[in-house]
Design a protein around this ligand. Structure first.
Ligand code: TUI
Length: 318
């Protein structure tokens, strides 16, 4: 299954592992890249020296391309950008903002730049600014989310731009990959499924919470802050809802949210921590090595596309 995205990124399968702060560290990233996908370190609010270590550890564990996700709401984002430039990371993805001001510096050293975009307007601006591809991420995703669904966003972005489009949000198996290709995407970004990869170093409680989640178990908190995030419902999300209903200020809500993702991902606190996951969590049923996840998804996608071709061949000519 080779697409334009595989040529661009020099990878075997058109599958990017979503960069997840506190969740996607060197072990998972290298496992995904070694299996022919593109692993991505989630920089999040990481201290700069830790990000450098993660990058170097990834380089030790794989000689395949990999990436770093830069979360643009991070207070020390400029320092994280410098480290990523110094380490000459092959690919960067960006989230939660517009990377316009620093695209050129990465392009100059040959780093591929792939922003997450929640709308056609931003996709067009990014294409003009010279990015290599865009990730069209629907509101089904875990973490920081936009308004549009993957099903509505992807084909509209595909029609608007001439660069490869990567579909994200609500994809966790081969059916999702086949559907994304049908919408015109050149590849997919998958986060939640990889939380339950053997190599993922997130706290075991987090993996179990994703495994136990059913279809309606996620919710979006923080809409009033302008930075809505999809999480698995728990004590923290109910408390957040209550504060928002009671008219808490943006500052109060942001202060309350500080450190909560780390609390879930590192300390395993499933009640007071922020357990970010996508709506597709209900489809994740087991923990297995990243390579198995990838190979099964690719096989399933090919089978699904084959079956669809049979449906077409068996139907009467119109
Ligand atoms: O970034 C993500 N997912 C994330 S970030 C995160 S950590 C976090 N910290 C504090 C508050 C909220 C989250 C957990 N998960 N996904 C990529 C993404 N980017 N989704 C939506 C967007 C986005 C939104 C607006 C990208 C660009 C954008 O542009 C606005 C503008 O500046 O024009």
């Amino acid at each position: 299954m080779r697409t334009r995205l595989c040529e661009l990124l020099e990878i075997e399968h058109p599958i990017i592992q979503g960069g997840m702060a506190w969740v996607s560290t060197a072990e998972l990233v290298a496992a995904v890249s070694n299996a022919g996908g593109l692993g991505i370190i989630g920089a999040g609010h990481m201290p700069t020296d830790i990000l450098r270590e993660e990058i170097r550890r990834t380089k030790e564990l794989t000689n395949k391309p990999f990436g770093v996700n830069l979360m643009l709401l991070t207070p020390h984002i400029n320092e994280l950008i410098e480290v990523t430039l110094e380490e000459r990371v092959p690919v960067i993805t960006t989230g939660a903002g517009n990377p316009g001001s620093f695209i050129g510096r990465f392009k100059e050293i040959g780093t591929k730049v792939i922003p997450v975009i929640p709308s056609v307007a931003l996709a067009l601006r990014m294409e003009k600014a010279g990015v290599d591809a865009v990730i069209a991420e629907g509101t089904e995703s875990g973490g920081h989310v936009g308004e549009l669904t993957t099903m509505a966003l992807v084909p509209q972005v595909v029609d608007a731009v001439n660069i490869p489009v990567i579909a994200a949000g609500g994809i966790a198996d081969g059916r999702g990959i086949a559907a994304s290709l049908a919408l015109g995407a050149s590849g997919v970004q998958i986060g939640t499924r990889f939380v339950c990869a053997t190599e993922c170093t997130v706290h075991e409680n987090y993996k179990q919470k994703v495994l136990a989640a059913k279809d309606r178990d996620t919710t979006v908190t923080g809409r009033t802050t302008g930075h809505p995030a999809r999480v698995i419902k728990n004590k923290l999300s109910r408390e957040f809802d209550r504060m928002e209903k009671d008219g808490a200020s943006v500052e109060e809500l942001e202060q309350f949210g500080l450190g909560k993702l780390r609390l879930a991902a590192k300390d395993g606190d499933m009640e007071q921590g922020s357990v970010m996951a996508g709506q597709i969590a209900g489809l994740v049923k087991d923990i297995k090595p990243a390579a198995e996840i990838i190979h099964e998804m690719v096989k399933e996608a090919k089978d699904v596309i084959g079956k669809l071709q049979e449906v077409v061949l068996q139907s009467n000519p119109v």
